[in-house]
Design a protein around this ligand. Structure first.
Ligand SMILES: [Zn+2]
Length: 349
């Protein structure tokens, strides 16, 4: 019913407002339009790729922020929902501002799922506003607080890197969908349990193969501090070139400190990330070379975004499998070249 009063995103901003007011006859509708206008005013223009039209077939219309959440919700919802994910492959969530199309998509949705823990830092206000109108769930915020890592006085949001923590997120998606649509509760619970079990099995794989890296070389150097949960979960030291957020710049001191560590621990590879510019990692490779120590770029890891849609790496399980397998093989350990289930599209060396 709200679908009819939301203007096409092709319209200009001015005509969009005009359209909304002309169709907003009831008080409730007027308030709704004002809210949308308020939300639009805090968001700069831009073209998002989100689809906003969901067929009126009785299925739940869901919008998710990051792809890791979108994948979980899609898996758990099955064919009982239409799921739209706003942030695509390679998109950095820390600085992401919702586009006008994103806002329209969220306005049209029945339910919104996001990670939370301040991962989507620039979407906080919009999500809070929408939360007054409809169910908006921060799935990662259900994780037991004692399991969260602290970073500069806040919780480190990169919890998906630990597949057992993510299993809690999967089960929460099942609970929330069951609440929203009790008729299909048994289906949501079953699918959530299945996916959570796969997360837990992947976690065991990660721990097993990580142990094959020589202990001294178990050090993961990458472009920003997205991997602290990964390190704790699978047993590898982690150090990043940037701070917790990709918004801070690495300085020369950090780079020199890391080069020292790589040389002293005889670490042969560093890693770049899909959602972070690789320039800082390249500076480390060059720094090590100038000290006579050869370091390779071990491959591209998925940090805050997944691989391309339709690929194994474009799923949560595939993303984590890829990260584990690439790291283990590049640092001198032994993991199957195509990963946990032989599904990785690129063979790791
Ligand atoms: Zn991050």
């Amino acid at each position: 019913m709200q679908l009819q009063m939301i203007p096409s995103t092709q319209q200009t901003f001015g005509s969009a407002i005009k359209t909304m007011f002309s169709v907003s006859r009831s008080v409730a509708r007027g308030v709704w339009a004002l809210l949308l206008v308020a939300a639009l005013l805090v968001v700069p223009g831009g073209c998002g790729a989100a689809t906003t039209d969901a067929p009126d077939d009785g299925k739940i219309s869901i919008v998710c922020t990051v792809a890791m959440i979108g994948d979980v919700v899609k898996e758990v919802a099955g064919d009982q929902a239409h799921v739209v994910t706003l942030l695509g492959p390679g998109t950095d969530p820390h600085g992401y501002k919702p586009t006008r199309d994103d806002i329209v998509a969220m306005q049209n949705a029945d339910v919104i799922f996001y990670a939370g823990l301040h991962l989507e830092g620039k979407m906080t206000d919009v999500l809070a506003k929408l939360g007054q109108q409809k169910p908006v769930y921060a799935l990662a915020e259900v994780i037991d607080k004692t399991k969260l890592l602290d970073r500069d006085g806040a919780h480190d949001p990169h919890v998906w890197m630990d597949a057992t923590l993510w299993a809690q997120v999967v089960r929460e998606a099942g609970r929330r969908l069951s609440e929203r649509d009790p008729t299909h509760a048994a289906d949501y619970t079953r699918r959530a349990d299945e996916l959570a079990a796969r997360c837990e099995a992947l976690f065991v794989y990660g721990q097993q193969v990580m142990k094959t890296i020589p202990p001294q070389s178990r050090l993961l150097v990458t472009s920003h501090d997205a991997f602290n949960y990964f390190g704790r979960a699978y047993g590898i030291d982690v150090t990043g070139v940037q701070g917790i957020s990709t918004e801070s710049e690495a300085n020369i001191k950090d780079i020199n400190r890391l080069v020292d560590t790589l040389v002293s621990r005889n670490v042969k590879a560093v890693f770049v990330e899909s959602s972070v510019a690789p320039k800082n990692v390249q500076a480390i490779v060059e720094g090590a070379k100038s000290r006579g120590h050869d370091v390779n770029v071990g491959g591209e890891l998925f940090s805050d975004a997944m691989g391309a849609g339709g690929t194994y790496e474009g799923t949560y399980i595939g993303m984590i499998d890829h990260n584990i397998t690439i790291v283990v093989n590049a640092l001198g350990g032994q993991a199957p070249t195509q990963g946990w289930q032989g599904k990785l599209s690129t063979k790791s060396k």
